[in-house]
Design a protein around this ligand. Structure first.
Ligand SMILES: [Cu+2]
Length: 473
């Protein structure tokens, strides 16, 4: 507000001076007095110089003031592997355009001063000047060429697709593995899909889209669809390559995660993609912001917390796609491998109902298709396998729950628990369960020994900062 009032004062003052100048000019014309006109020229050109200095200093001051809010500066340096490439491109462009801006603004006002009309000076008329024209064509085209080539190189580096032998898995453990997820823009939300245990997203067919039970048109005869689930946020492990399949169901949307420098159009009928590797966990980012005074203020939505405490990465839609465009927001969490696996585990569901159904599932198959007429995979090998895994998981969860308060048991259980969470065959899951069963042998699923309850309250959500040091498994 203060800034606006100041700007308004400057504008009004300038108008005032111009009007006085005009009045004096009129008077000098009436009296046919050239010396008065020269005096006005000197005054106005000098005023122009003063204006230029104030204006350019203002530009520098505003840049310094807004530096903590500019991408690539302050806390907003990129949080992904390819991000610094984009930041460098932004900054090189900013530097070059800033230099040109300062030179041209200076030249504009300086020449108005230097060649102002005064006694004895006479204007020269040039029809054209080839040398000058060459200079002002060649210099910008050379600079533009460098900017464009730099941009193309960055684009090719960032947008190169993964080779065919690259495998999508739940948790990558080698260079040629990645996580494949899917985001579908629709008015007005992002429908997210994770591939589940097999790491493979099932086939879709737009003619099968049904708002209530099949928002993405998943083909239920494809076994890869059995374990695909639709979470309400994106959770990813730090330092692992992610490929996002981006599609749209109605109009153009745009998949945009600011801090990762990820931005790609979601086009109906034309799947696009973006590959990135997050490098900063949500917790680390919060600690980074904690250092900044502008983040040490109360959060608007939660006054008991400071802004940095409630920070989350956000997926937004960066294409003005209609009235509810603003509401296309999803939280993005970057966590450790353990937290990520625990989250996947929870999304899959893990307790049995009285009828023996797995509860709390977000896999569309189990929630909407299982047991209906559309359940064509009911007696398939894949379904039996998946149900075998779920059964082992439910048994293991009960054992772990019973032993949850025993810290040393919980530490031992982590390895087979991870194996269980990554198991893709019923046999592997059963093997992991028997290991858990062996470790927790002293605990029955009914009786819970009384132990220190404050030691380990939650075995799944372990707060670990993987950016600091890798956790041994
Ligand atoms: Cu949108």
């Amino acid at each position: 507000m203060g800034f606006l009032v100041g700007a308004l004062c400057i504008i009004l003052f300038s108008v005032f001076l111009v009007q006085i100048g005009k009045a004096r000019e009129l008077a000098s014309t009436v009296y046919n007095d050239k010396s008065e006109e020269y005096a006005i020229n000197t005054f106005q050109a000098g005023f122009g110089m003063v204006f230029m200095i104030v204006f350019l200093l203002g530009c520098i001051a505003s840049f310094v003031y807004y530096m903590p809010y500019i991408l690539g500066w302050g806390p907003y340096t990129a949080a992904s592997e390819h991000g610094p490439v984009v930041d460098r491109l932004f900054n090189v462009t900013l530097l070059i355009t800033a230099i040109v801006f300062f030179i041209t603004q200076f030249a504009l006002f300086y020449f108005a001063w230097k060649y102002r009309g005064r006694k004895g000076s006479k204007g020269i008329y040039w029809a054209h000047n080839e040398k000058l024209e060459m200079v002002w064509m060649i210099v910008p085209s050379v600079v533009m060429t460098f900017l464009v080539i730099g941009g193309l190189q960055a684009w090719n580096q960032i947008m190169i697709d993964l080779p065919d032998d690259h495998k999508s898995v739940v948790l990558p453990s080698s260079e040629n593995e990645h996580i494949e997820i899917e985001a579908t823009g629709t008015q007005f939300l992002w429908i997210l899909r994770y591939p589940g245990r097999d790491g493979k997203l099932g086939i879709r067919d737009f003619t099968k889209i049904d708002g209530g039970t099949n928002p993405l048109g998943q083909v239920w005869s494809d076994p890869n669809n059995i374990d695909d689930f639709h979470p309400d946020k994106i959770v990813l492990p730090v330092g692992k390559k992610v490929r996002v399949r981006i599609t749209a169901r109605d109009v153009l949307h745009n998949f945009y995660i600011r801090d990762f420098r990820v931005k790609m159009d979601a086009v109906p009928g034309m799947p696009t993609y973006f590959i990135f590797t997050p490098t900063v966990t949500t917790d680390s980012m919060r600690r980074r912001l904690k250092e900044r005074p502008e983040w040490q203020v109360a959060d608007k939505n939660d006054p008991n917390k400071q802004r940095w405490e409630t920070f989350d990465y956000e997926l937004a839609c960066a294409e003005l796609c209609g009235r509810g465009h603003y509401s296309m927001r999803r939280i993005v969490k970057i966590v450790s491998d353990e937290e990520y696996l625990a989250w996947i585990d929870a999304q899959e569901g893990g307790s049995l109902s009285a009828e023996g159904q797995v509860e709390g599932v977000k896999t569309q198959y189990f929630a909407n298709i299982k047991g209906t007429a559309a359940d064509v995979l009911a007696s398939s090998e894949e379904m039996k396998n998946y149900e075998g895994i779920m059964a082992a998981k439910v048994k293991a969860n009960a054992k772990i729950e019973a032993a949850a308060k025993d810290v040393s048991i919980m530490a031992q259980v982590q390895v087979p628990l991870k194996a269980l969470r990554l198991a893709t065959t019923a046999a592997d899951a059963e093997k992991a369960f028997s290991e858990i069963d062996r470790i927790t042998a002293g605990y029955s699923t009914v009786e819970t020994p009384v132990m220190d309850t404050t030691a380990v309250a939650d075995t799944t959500a372990v707060e670990i900062d993987t950016t600091a040091a890798p956790t041994p498994h």
